[in-house]
Design a protein around this ligand. Structure first.
Ligand SMILES: [Zn+2]
Length: 106
């Protein structure tokens, strides 16, 4: 099963790795070790640049919802308002497909 990640987060990870090598460099001894850190940073930069140009996946964003218990304890979807029978409660709304994992706020 494919998993999808957010471009912005991926770029941030590359930037974080780049910064981590600054710390390693600060503790490095000798030109050879320092050089290695620079090289690793170049790689982090290249990875970050690659993340910027990877084509976006054709993925619909997940809509999150929750079951709202209204009149006579008939649950309905917080997103589309669709009523379901209490024994039809499911992890996804059968009408709009919302993922029912949202924290109830009411
Ligand atoms: Zn719904």
């Amino acid at each position: 099963m494919a998993e999808y990640i957010e471009r912005e987060q991926a770029i941030k990870c590359a930037e974080k790795s780049y910064k981590m090598w600054n710390l390693t460099m600060a503790a490095a001894e000798g030109a050879r070790e320092i050089n290695k850190c620079y090289k690793m940073q170049e790689i982090c930069k290249a990875i970050g640049e690659t993340f910027k140009i990877v084509p976006a996946a054709d993925v619909a964003p997940v809509v999150h919802g929750h079951w709202v218990y209204g009149e006579f304890d008939i649950p309905h979807c917080s997103e589309c308002g669709n009523d379901v029978m209490p024994n039809m409660i499911s992890p996804y709304c059968p009408n709009c497909g919302a993922k029912m994992d949202e924290e109830e706020t009411t």
